[in-house]
Design a protein around this ligand. Structure first.
Ligand SMILES: Cc1cc2nc3c(=O)[nH]c(=O)nc-3n(C[C@H](O)[C@H](O)[C@H](O)COP(=O)(O)OP(=O)(O)OC[C@H]3O[C@@H](n4cnc5c(N)ncnc54)[C@H](O)[C@@H]3O)c2cc1C
Length: 495
């Protein structure tokens, strides 16, 4: 979860989570994932088949919102793959945007409270049903906010320094061979004294990968019963694959318009340009802008879930885009997600000119650091508005210096992160709601059959399954059943 300090009313970093209404959800409910062959499902299908006209549903956007919508639409008891069609239309690559580059934190204290409990529970049920622990790294996790003094980190000499920024005899070459194996030896041990410091700061014993001497404060935000995590790319692509197995057709192409009936009251079709002529389903194919070829998908229902690109298809949608950078680092550390506040010597993490200008004062930075299964750490920084949203996910510009800043920030508080190998430097855009309340927008617009599901800001991974489930209910049952989402009705935003 990245924090947009301008547009988002915080990601509730200092919430008293114990009082949150979301905790009431920890009860079994009727809204569980239905077993695929239950008797009511078969009976319902029999009555549906005889009375209902076919539905042609087009989902635009293969991020987490479109993919979970496709999953729940195709797993609804009313869907009959011999009668109805569901198409997932993705312009570039499934999970190519924020849904593949997010942190993946799930929390009962996220927002909005109308859908968080439902979605949090569905994450667990999906993981149980489809082997999510192995398939997409689902697990309960500890979460806390930590305030630290960062040490000075020289990006050119990040190895061979100890916690105080001095040369560490155990790591310095000292006339050795100078090989990688000599200069990057991490002892991964804490002295008794260091562990005592951690405990006195209220830091859990197994959170042993931050420098104990530099901790100023620690506060628990959640434990494995109230916070969990997934690998967003693996989760989103799994949702799309499971939807495909259940009968969804995935087409690679860019929606150019949502076409309505003559009086404008209902959707009729979606026009799109295929990703590359002749290879519409090749996710590696590149667009052929010169071809100008378009195709039309007939539609009784359209679910617009194009994240930050939503206004390019539906002008007037109150969605803005915020770029954010992140990195992944190879390191074997205990499972914690940390919201940090790090006071740094000013020169740290400021590359080039800005480093020279700001050398005189200190600065506070707030990267979020999530330990993941399989020896991976994810870290992200704050957002920026420097580069406008490009046409597609594959054209997102990555500013290497902003990624390097994140690496230096996290290196300033942890030997393990400083010594780990950086495995990805990336950027993406998250979809913010630009006016009115914070959203997201979920529901049918004033055009019959046109639904929007977008504006999930920094909680789209957490709220993806709940959104998909509600979308499926609106399409198949005529209304949202699993949560009261009147406040998220797109008509409130004039759509
Ligand atoms: C750095 C960072 C960290 C985050 N961490 C967390 C976290 O820990 N927990 C959490 O809950 N959330 C987190 N989020 C938020 C989350 O990533 C987003 O809310 C979520 O991914 C939005 O999903 P989406 O499907 O709406 O949009 P996207 O992922 O942007 O997907 C939109 C898709 O639509 C496609 N598309 C666009 N235009 C068209 C078109 N014309 N035709 C067809 N397809 C089109 C795009 O190619 C794209 O694949 C984080 C976000 C960022 C940036």
């Amino acid at each position: 979860m990245v924090i947009d300090r301008d547009a988002i009313d915080g990601c509730q970093r200092h919430h008293d989570i114990s009082k949150h209404p979301a905790f009431e959800f920890l009860r079994p409910s009727s809204n569980t994932l239905a077993p695929p062959t239950s008797l009511p499902r078969i009976l319902h299908r029999a009555t549906m088949a005889s009375s209902d006209p076919p539905k042609n549903i087009v989902v635009i956007g293969g991020g987490i919102i479109g993919s979970t919508s496709a999953y729940f639409l195709s797993h609804h008891s009313s869907f009959d793959r011999n009668r109805d069609s569901i198409t997932l239309l993705e312009s570039t690559k499934i999970a190519g945007g924020a849904s593949g580059k997010a942190g993946g934190l799930l929390a009962l204290w996220a927002y909005p409270s109308s859908i968080v409990p439902l979605s949090y529970r569905l994450h667990k049920e999906l993981a149980d049903k489809h082997g999510g622990a192995q398939r997409w790294g689902y697990r309960g996790v500890n979460c806390g906010q930590i305030e630290m003094k960062g040490r000075s980190v020289d990006p050119k000499a990040m190895d061979g320094k100890n916690s105080n920024g001095e040369i560490d005899a155990a790591k310095a070459p000292l006339g050795g061979t100078g090989k990688e194996s000599d200069t990057r030896v991490s002892l991964k041990k804490r002295t008794k004294e260091a562990l005592g410091l951690l405990r006195r700061a209220g830091v859990p014993e197994d959170l042993d990968w931050v420098i104990p001497e530099n901790i100023r404060a620690y506060e628990e935000m959640g434990d494995p019963s109230t916070t969990a995590q997934v690998h967003p790319y693996q989760f989103t692509t799994s949702m799309a694959s499971l939807a495909e197995e259940a009968g969804v057709k995935i087409i690679y192409g860019s929606a150019t318009s949502i076409d309505k009936s003559a009086d404008g009251s209902a959707v009729q079709s979606v026009t799109y340009s295929p990703k590359a002529p002749g290879t519409p389903n090749d996710s590696n194919a590149t667009a052929d802008p010169s071809s100008g070829e378009t195709k039309v998908l007939p539609a009784t229902h359209v679910v617009l879930s194009a994240g930050p690109w939503t206004p390019t298809i539906l002008p007037g949608a109150p969605i803005s885009a915020l770029r954010a950078h992140s990195v992944t680092i190879k390191a074997d550390v205990s499972p914690y997600c940390l919201f940090t506040s790090i006071t740094l010597p000013a020169s740290t993490g400021k590359t080039g000119e800005s480093r020279r200008k700001q050398r005189q004062s200190t600065q506070t930075v707030t990267p979020e650091i999530y330990a993941r299964p399989n020896n991976e750490i994810y870290a992200c920084g704050e957002g920026d508005h420097l580069i406008p949203l490009p046409k597609s996910t594959d054209l997102v510009q990555v500013d290497e210096s902003r990624c390097q800043d994140i690496v230096e920030y996290v290196s300033a508080i942890s030997d393990e992160l400083r010594d780990g190998e950086v495995t990805a430097r990336q950027a993406c855009y998250l979809p913010n709601v630009s006016r009115g309340s914070s959203g997201p927008l979920i529901g049918e617009t004033s055009v019959k059959g046109l639904l929007v599901a977008t504006g999930h800001t920094c909680w789209g991974i957490q709220n993806g399954p709940g959104t998909g489930k509600l979308v499926s209910e609106i399409v198949w049952d005529g209304k949202a059943r699993s949560a009261a989402i009147g406040a998220l009705d797109p008509k409130r935003w004039g759509l």
